[in-house]
Design a protein around this ligand. Structure first.
Ligand code: S3P
Length: 437
């Protein structure tokens, strides 16, 4: 089982570029596949999660070319051009891929089956299957989990769906089903979640409106392909934002990062903690805003995280806990029970790793309470288990900047699901991470 050995480094510095956005890369493959014409995306994330989606679209009869490692050319087959796959579609570790594909496949004329790795097979799938079933889809799950069997050939009806949890994956699954429905589909969100699907559907020419958390899609005749750049993934930049706060020598710049406001909750949270983060060189890529993020060393202070920011920072909490452990005073997070059904139970697994390095916390059913230590070594070092969760592995790498001794991080192979090249980029920034096979 591969692991990282991370030796405490004195500081980080310089300029880095993180790989392309995972959410946008998945959606590019799915929407490009059912569009008319060729969709070309530069800056595509060639991570294991997105490659699982690519393999699925190919199995459904779509020609996806790779003109270079970080570009895809998707030859759209039109809304009704997908063909039955000859085998189960393996979505690997990716909840996004499995839930969005459930929506896309619900409206097809043929049957499909979705499976995944041991982590994905344990995650809840009824949250996507349930509303699609209400629209007329025939979908089976096994005790609410994968395999997800989608029986094609059933007419879908548009509906108004009041989503019980704040989930962009569920919203997107319902909207993708809505592309094939009779009549309009409306999703009402309990809190704002990432809106890449809506932006991209608009870019592909769909009639979609979003007003204060209510998204309405009128089913299109067709989607029109286009070409665009995929911005750097804010969730990958997040590790370096915290690293810079803890230990930038002068300034650590992360170039070309997507700063869609439905993704940048961590910027607001770190700013509330007193971080010196500056967005410069604003521009756009496709339908998404982009900037360079400059991070300077900052003495963070503990906060109570405003609950409305939770869905806007949902993937960033593992590294946020590292920041909170280094802050002056107490930090309290509540309203984040969704963290328990991610690639791992991120509240339990982070608390376990922090405890292994001498940082106590109080685990709440929907969050955590922890007392930070603003000076000196915060983490003892030693061995922590990422439980195969990519974001936990990368977060504990950042903790090394305040560790007394090296940190050994177990079970790190899944970093490749979201951040290929993490070790090289982290080393470029100044972290001393080594992969041990
Ligand atoms: C994602 C939505 C979020 C996020 C995930 C990517 C997406 O999941 O955690 O990494 O691309 O729609 P939820 O919708 O389950 O919160």
């Amino acid at each position: 089982m591969s692991r990282y050995l991370v030796t405490p480094a004195a500081h980080v510095n310089g300029a880095i570029t993180v790989p392309g956005d995972k959410s946008i890369s998945h959606r590019t493959l799915m929407l490009g596949s059912i569009a008319e014409g060729v969709t070309e995306a530069r800056g595509f994330l060639d991570s294991e999660d997105c490659l699982a989606t690519m393999a699925a679209m190919r199995a459904l009869g779509v020609n996806v070319e790779r003109p270079s490692e970080k570009a895809v050319r998707v030859h759209g087959v039109g809304m009704h051009g997908l063909r039955v796959a000859q085998h189960s579609l393996d979505m690997g570790n990716s909840g996004t891929a499995m839930r969005l594909m459930t929506g896309l496949l619900a409206g097809q004329s043929f049957d499909s089956e979705l499976v995944g790795d041991s982590s994905l097979m344990k995650r809840p799938m009824e949250r996507a299957a349930g509303p699609l079933r209400q629209m007329g889809a025939h979908i089976d799950t096994l005790n609410g989990r994968a395999p997800v069997r989608i029986h094609g050939g059933h007419r879908l009806r548009g509906m108004r769906y009041e989503m019980p949890m704040a989930s962009a994956q569920v919203k997107s699954a319902v909207l993708l089903g809505g592309l094939y429905a009779e009549g309009a589909t409306t999703v009402v969100e309990p809190a704002v979640t990432r809106d890449h699907t809506e932006r991209m559907l608009l870019g592909f020419g769909c009639d979609i409106t979003a007003v204060r958390g209510t998204v309405t899609l009128r089913p299109p005749q067709k989607l029109q392909a286009g070409s665009f750049d995929v911005p750097g993934d804010f969730s990958s930049a997040a590790f370096f934002m915290v690293a810079g706060c803890l230990a930038a020598r002068d300034v650590l710049t992360i170039r070309g990062v997507g700063i869609n406001p439905t993704r940048t909750g961590l910027l607001d949270i770190l700013s509330l903690m007193g971080a010196d983060l500056r967005l410069v060189n604003h521009r756009s890529a496709g339908a998404e805003p982009v900037a360079d993020i400059e991070v300077r060393r900052s003495q963070l202070k503990g906060i109570r995280v405003p609950e409305e920011l939770v869905p806007l920072a949902i993937d960033e909490f593992p590294v946020f806990f590292v920041a909170a452990a280094c802050a002056d005073g107490e930090t309290v997070l509540t309203g984040a029970e969704e963290l328990r059904v991610k690639e791992s139970d991120r509240i339990a697994v982070m608390a376990e790793g922090l405890r292994a390095m001498g940082v106590d916390s109080e685990v709440l059913h929907d969050g955590i309470r922890l007392q930070g230590k603003p000076q000196g070594h915060v983490f003892s070092g030693g061995t922590v288990d990422s439980h195969g969760d990519h974001r936990i592995a990368m977060s504990f790498s950042v903790a090394s900047l305040r560790a007394a001794k090296p940190i050994e991080i177990l079970d790190v192979a899944n970093v490749a699901t979201s951040f290929p090249g993490f070790v090289d980029i982290a080393r470029q920034a100044g972290l001393d991470v080594a992969l041990q096979a």
